[in-house]
Design a binder for this molecule. Structure first.
Ligand SMILES: O=C(O)c1[nH]c(=O)[nH]c(=O)c1I
Length: 309
């Protein structure tokens, strides 16, 4: 059974990778991902300088997922550039996530990625919901247009964007129209966490995380239907771009659904956080089992072929 797939012409041994922010903050974690059965991997979204992030507790497991308000803790962009220089690209592709706090910071970081001649693929994070006082760029359509114009002219290679979930067909239409104006945007990662959820501890009658009065991004199985919708919506609207699916993946069935909905690669966040990089062994086996039962020999036979009634 061939679980390998292609992304931007690169062969991947499996259509699986981590979601940015999970198991990818420091070298030991990045090394574990490089050694894992994942077919690709991505670094934690970085800012120009190192950040501690929000006060703890800032992540909490929920019955069907997670809530987080990490606050963009990261080692600063140079740390991840240093990792990118050492990464073995024959082993698996590396994606480099950037979430600069300002447009200038993003341009500075992207210029340094360009000058580093690294084979890493830029995933521009436009959807961090947890930096107090900073609205998500991807929910401000004018700001989205501006940053894509600026990055497209500053960066000479193809890149991708990490989008938040949208919940309105008109928004799918409007954002896809903007993205389709930028041919250098050749992949779209849907979705980031569903921003600013709230969960409550019944016994203590308090919230679960300290930052933002307990408000944080929701991940895990709660978000699967929203993730599949966003993957399929942009797959339909952006035929010249590849979709990376993210959200709610914990079994081979979830991986299959994301691929059927149009994803080329499937990212794993909450379940990876909880179970560690061995999860990719299980997900590959479960996906292979499903493909065997359905008589599919390659992913291409069903990828993006979701049927409607
Ligand atoms: O709080 C975070 O660090 C964070 N948390 C998320 O759920 N998504 C993001 O893109 C980020 I940058």
């Amino acid at each position: 059974l061939d679980l390998s797939t292609f992304f931007l012409g690169r062969p991947l041994t499996a259509p699986l990778m981590n979601a940015s922010g999970v198991w990818c903050n420091v070298n030991s974690q990045l090394h574990a991902l490089a050694e894992s059965e994942a077919g690709a991997m991505v670094t934690k979204s970085c800012t120009l300088l190192r950040r501690d992030g929000n006060p703890e507790p800032r992540y909490h497991t929920l019955t069907m997922g997670s809530i987080n308000s990490m606050g963009l803790p990261n080692e600063g962009h140079q740390y991840y550039l240093d990792y990118a220089e050492r990464h073995d690209y024959e082993n698996k592709p590396l994606f480099f996530s950037v979430a600069g706090l300002t447009l200038d910071d993003n341009l500075t970081i992207v210029a340094q990625i360009q000058d580093a001649y690294t084979p890493a693929l830029l995933e521009l994070n436009l959807s961090c919901p947890n930096v107090p006082g900073k609205a998500q760029i991807a929910y401000d359509f004018d700001a989205l247009d501006v940053i894509l114009a600026e990055i497209s002219s500053a960066y000479s290679r193809p890149f991708g964007v990490k989008l938040p979930p949208y919940f309105d067909i008109a928004h799918f239409d409007e954002v896809a129209d903007i993205l389709n104006r930028y041919e250098k945007v050749n992949f779209i990662t849907c979705i980031n966490s569903i921003g600013n959820g709230l969960m409550i501890d019944m016994e203590s009658e308090t919230v679960l995380i300290k930052p933002k009065q307990g408000f944080g991004g929701i991940g895990g199985e709660y978000v699967l239907p929203t993730a599949l919708a966003n993957v399929n919506a942009f797959h339909q609207r952006c035929p010249k771009k590849s979709i990376i699916g993210c959200g709610g993946v914990n079994t081979g069935e979830h991986v299959f659904m994301h691929l059927l909905a149009g994803a080329s690669i499937v990212q794993v966040g909450t379940a990876l956080y909880e179970q560690g990089p061995d999860i990719f062994v299980r997900l590959k086996a479960e996906l292979a089992q499903i493909m065997q039962e359905k008589g599919y020999k390659t992913i291409r036979e069903f990828q993006g072929k979701l049927k409607t009634l």
